[in-house]
Design a protein around this ligand. Structure first.
Ligand code: NDP
Length: 251
């Protein structure tokens, strides 16, 4: 039910953090994994980590906010693999500022990385998934798809948008046997949250106290939900948004 042997999976931002955790999960279940990012050194290290586990893996350098670059990426996937079965839209960023201090450029750059990239990648993946006869799309949201936070207006807008975008493509493409679901991670220990922790004294402890599981998440905690949503185990699951947060959202 969870076997992904023969499946081709592309993970944006798969060269580090949560994306790499999910790529490892998919690879361990048999998928060939393509990790996408901008930083060549990070991508090389991710590739080594995947190959050390005997995962069939490749790395592509691409900026997922660039329409032409995204098309080149999916054209390369088509040339090399002829199809795509799994797309994980995980690349993300943030600017932590109250809304009145946010510039238009900052607003646009966060929206581009977190939301527009998912649209560009889904649109480019659609014909490849049609060719494959089915597809699984996982879009990464956040607790801030649900909650508000004073420093996260654009991040929250982009992540709320991810949930609605996911529901829309789930309805549009169900006829094509393409499913789309969102995952909403809680506080996960990555470069992104290291940045927040360096700006906000006491954040680490506050998250611990608020999280019923009593710990921060690790990228590996996202592997299981990625495997579920990308495997036959979830064939009747579409348009949903699954928190993976140690209970943060229900406490
Ligand atoms: P990281 O900063 O560790 O990873 C982000 C990844 O996105 C990097 O691999 C980066 O690769 C890639 N990326 C960023 N911009 C671009 C771009 N323009 N083009 C291509 N790749 C890009 O963050 P996380 O692993 O923490 O975050 C992953 C996702 O999970 C994000 O969408 C984030 O919003 C979400 N999330 C994270 C939470 C957490 O607690 N960590 C909580 C909730 C959601 P490169 O450096 O090579 O560009």
């Amino acid at each position: 039910m969870f076997d992904l042997t023969g499946k081709i999976a592309l993970v944006t931002g798969g060269n580090g953090g949560i994306g790499l955790g999910m790529a490892q999960g998919l690879g361990r279940c048999g998928a060939s994994v393509i990790v996408v990012g901008r930083n060549a050194e990070k991508s090389a290290a991710a590739l080594r980590a995947l190959q050390a586990e005997r995962v069939q893996a490749a790395a592509f350098e691409a900026d997922v906010t660039d329409e032409a670059g995204v098309q080149r990426l999916f054209d390369a996937v088509e040339r090399q693999h002829g199809r795509l079965d799994i797309l994980v839209n995980n690349a993300g960023t943030t600017v932590r500022k109250p809304p009145e201090q946010l510039s238009l450029d900052e607003w646009r750059s966060v929206m581009d990385v977190n939301l527009t990239s998912a649209f560009l990648c889904c649109r480019a993946a659609h014909p490849l998934m049609l060719r494959a006869g089915a597809g699984k799309i996982v879009n990464i949201g956040s607790m801030l798809s649900i909650f508000g936070a004073p420093y996260a207006s654009v991040y929250g807008a982009s992540k709320g948008g991810i949930v609605q975008f996911t529901r829309s493509i789930a309805t549009a493409w169900a006829k094509d046997r393409i499913q789309a679901n969102a995952v909403l991670p809680g506080w996960i220990d990555t470069d992104l949250t290291q940045g927040a922790r360096s700006q906000v004294p006491g954040l680490y402890e506050r998250v611990l106290a608020r999280t019923p599981a009593g710990r921060w998440g690790q990228p590996a905690d996202l592997a299981g939900v990625a495997v579920f949503l990308c495997s036959a185990a979830s064939d009747f699951v579409t348009g949903t948004a699954i928190p993976v947060d140690g209970g943060y959202s229900i406490a």
